[in-house]
Design a protein around this ligand. Structure first.
Ligand SMILES: [Mn+2]
Length: 427
């Protein structure tokens, strides 16, 4: 469905007075603390988060899947959904496609459709974690790391094909999440599977256009439960360093063992100029794919604290980052979940932007641990939501996108258009 933007304007008019009151208070507080509120609003408005094409349907587990109805049935409908999100919050101006789930049949038409929703194409994603019906060799025992060269060649060719689809759409990066690994001790020689993977990565790397990047995502376990070839940030960094400057690490928040200090990993990657991007989600136990900020908003803030500090530092030379949500769960309306996720990301960003950097650095130099903690927690405990709402209001988005979505019964409208029992392609 295409949203009538005058509805957003009417809606905002109803909330304008309350928003003004909340914003004025926050603005005065932030100005007293020495912040440039206009600059903050600009930074927030400019921050765009890509939506993956697989997050628009209800996710599933190996036990079942429960469609919420009105799910997009085609790539065009998925783009319509991202266009809808972007109209609501002006913060989701990009889509990340998964190949082969979303192969564009007509790249020119798809590009035009994207332009009509003011959407860019973010990184394209390859898939060698499943067998497709028409492929010659199975990935049961791996793809880019497989012992059999014919299997590796097939997986390399798939990645090269994904790059070609990306070129047609104007994408500038390939994300490789390699699920290869082993389930039992002794199943593979760790060193040789690394070497085979490096050789495969190198061939994919050589197929990248000049202005492209490849993001190497890591994950400690699942689908394999003994070892994963690209298990952690160190392995990702090692591959990236061996491949060259177009290869960068990708941090998926759900791809860490419990209690991992992700913010320190972010700092290390940035220090080496090797951070490519993020996949945002949240989790309680493992790769739970929960709504960003649902479980660990403080950790998210600490991650953004490192990002804001690192990207502003003269000591850091890191390319611009790619931001994407990567979550797909079983119970919520996917569009509501994405609206909540984007809000959580931007809250963390805004809080990181208002950290008193000079005071923090001074406290660090003085080993004043108490003050350092106070500075971070002061920013984290500041309610920055009126700032986000103001940035939305000024960019033509809804002051409260989720409330607007509910009030206008958008899911019901999508069900009316697409049907109750629709299933989006994806996980
Ligand atoms: Mn991911």
């Amino acid at each position: 469905m295409i949203l009538d933007k005058s509805l957003i304007q009417q809606y905002n008019e109803q909330l304008a007075a309350t928003q003004q009151k909340k914003f004025n208070f926050l603005k005065a507080t932030l100005q007293d603390e020495g912040h440039d509120v206009t600059a903050l609003l600009e930074q927030l408005a400019a921050f765009q988060i890509a939506i993956p094409s697989w997050a628009l349907g209800t996710g599933g587990t190996r036990f079942g899947r429960f469609s919420g109805g009105g799910e997009p049935r085609s790539l065009e409908e998925k783009m319509e959904d991202v266009g809808l999100l972007h109209a609501l919050n002006q913060s989701s101006g990009a889509i990340s496609l998964h190949i082969p789930w979303d192969i564009p049949q007509n790249a020119t038409a798809i590009k035009q459709l994207a332009a009509s929703f003011e959407l860019q194409f973010d990184a394209v994603n390859s898939n060698t974690f499943q067998d497709q019906n028409d492929q010659n060799y199975s990935y049961k025992f791996g793809s880019l790391s497989h012992t059999d060269k014919q299997v590796r060649d097939q997986a390399i060719a798939h990645n090269v094909e994904v790059i070609k689809h990306g070129i047609d759409l104007g994408s500038k990066a390939l994300t490789i999440w390699l699920s290869d690994g082993t389930d039992f001790p002794g199943q593979q020689n760790f060193r040789r599977s690394f070497q085979r993977t490096l050789d495969s990565f190198q061939q994919i790397y050589d197929a990248l256009p000049e202005d492209w990047k490849v993001f190497i995502e890591y994950k400690p376990y699942e689908p394999h439960f003994y070892s994963t070839v690209v298990a952690d940030w160190g392995t990702s960094l090692l591959f990236c360093q061996k491949l060259g400057e177009k290869a960068l690490g990708l941090v998926d928040l759900g791809h860490h063992l419990p209690n991992t200090n992700i913010e320190q990993i972010v700092s290390r990657f940035l220090m080496e100029g090797k951070l490519g991007g993020f996949h945002f989600n949240d989790s309680k136990y493992g790769d739970d794919d929960l709504t960003v900020g649902a479980m660990q908003p403080f950790q998210l803030f600490l991650i953004f604290n490192e990002l804001v500090e690192g990207m502003a530092s003269q000591e850091v030379q890191n390319p611009a980052l790619s931001w994407m949500i990567d979550a797909s769960h079983n119970v919520k309306d996917p569009l509501e979940d994405l609206l909540q996720s984007i809000e959580a990301i931007k809250i963390a960003l805004a809080q990181a932007l208002i950290v008193d950097r000079k005071k923090l650095e001074n406290a660090q130099e003085q080993n004043d641990t108490t003050t350092a903690q106070e500075i971070l927690q002061h920013a984290f405990r500041t309610d920055v939501r009126p700032l986000l709402a103001q940035a939305r209001l000024e960019s033509g988005a809804a002051i409260d996108p989720l409330a607007f979505y509910r009030q206008n019964k958008i899911r019901q409208e999508l069900i009316n258009q697409r049907g109750v029992k629709t299933y989006s392609t994806g996980l």
